[in-house]
Design a protein around this ligand. Structure first.
Ligand code: ZN
Length: 313
């Protein structure tokens, strides 16, 4: 196998960040300040969250079996420790090819920042990306898997690299039916086309959440809010189809729970976190449907070729 055999996943080596970085924001649900710090992690560790605000730290690896809830956001948990709204940070990790990371959080949720993955991309770029000694592993889909739930549908088919097609269909005039077709997640596509798309909600839903004591940190600073007249945010949208782009962002964050990059073509109709996780679980449970491909590092170890070092990619 050579570098080309890895298809769209061009990194042959696992990656982490070069140094610790920290940011502070508010939790979407609590409305309370929360500090997030990202730390380099050893090869083979995966992405591991850690609640550090209790009597002792609680480690929660980003794995499908530790998903505690998919209502409004993705929550991971272990025992008494849960961390909510992990998907936008995980999407940034997936999009930048970060395999190993320790994520310390001093509260019950990852800060919402601007409702997209842009702040996390910036943070990881600030830290620098570090190529590690170990070969990267990729989950290559071998046979199609489809999950349906009424008009909702998600399907993955064998392919090289990750390609996503996504359609949303909302009765609201500002959204309507929006699609992205065959978006190949290579060469900075995630950063340029997806990472800045913000989460969105409808005013009547947001008000219902507030009455239920949820989304207390939600505001026009971190959510695109729609009322009957249209988009309430004074600055408007970042793209006319920002809504479906955010759905792609959410999907990438949920796919990150597989623990390695996916090679396959995914198509989604009217999806959301619950449907994304049905696919992740179906994949996790059907090992015959995929195989793990390991990056062949020998060719890159030849004299004159670049050794693992901090990379600015
Ligand atoms: Zn989201």
């Amino acid at each position: 196998m050579n570098r080309d055999d890895l298809g769209g996943c061009h990194e042959v080596f696992q990656r982490t960040i070069a140094e610790k970085v920290t940011c502070t924001g508010i939790g979407l649900h609590s409305g309370a300040p929360v500090e997030l710090s990202l730390h380099p992690a050893r090869a083979g560790t995966g992405i591991v969250f850690e609640r550090i605000d209790g009597a002792y730290p609680i480690e929660i690896p980003a794995r499908p079996e530790l998903v505690a809830s998919t209502r409004y956001a993705t929550t991971v948990g272990r025992g008494q420790g849960t961390i909510c709204t992990v998907e936008h940070l995980l999407a940034a990790c997936y999009g930048l090819g970060i395999d190993n990371l320790r994520v310390e959080v001093n509260g019950p949720e990852v800060p919402v920042m601007d409702g997209s993955a842009a702040s996390f991309v910036y943070l990881i770029r600030q830290a620098g990306i570090f190529e590690q000694e170990a070969p990267r592993r990729v989950l290559r889909v071998r046979e199609p898997i489809e999950v349906r739930d009424g008009a909702k549908r998600i399907r993955v088919e064998p392919a090289r690299g990750l390609t996503i097609s996504y359609t949303v269909d909302f009765a609201h005039g500002a959204i309507g039916r929006q699609s992205v077709h065959d978006l190949a997640l290579v060469n900075g596509t995630f950063e340029a086309e997806v990472s800045r798309a913000r989460t969105f909600g409808f005013l009547h839903e947001v008000e219902a959440l507030w009455r239920a004591g949820l989304a207390r940190g939600g505001s026009l600073e971190n959510t695109v809010v729609l009322d009957q007249a249209g988009v309430m945010n004074p600055e408007g949208l970042r793209w006319p189809d920002e809504f479906v782009r955010h759905k792609v962002l959410d999907l990438m964050g949920d796919l990150a729970l597989l623990g390695m990059p996916l090679e396959g073509t995914i198509s989604v109709e009217r999806g959301g976190h619950a449907l994304h996780h049905e696919l992740v679980n179906a994949l996790a449970q059907r090992a015959v449907a995929w195989s793990v491909i390991e990056g062949d590092t020998r060719r890159l170890r030849e004299p004159g070729l670049r050794a693992p070092a901090p990379v600015s990619a």
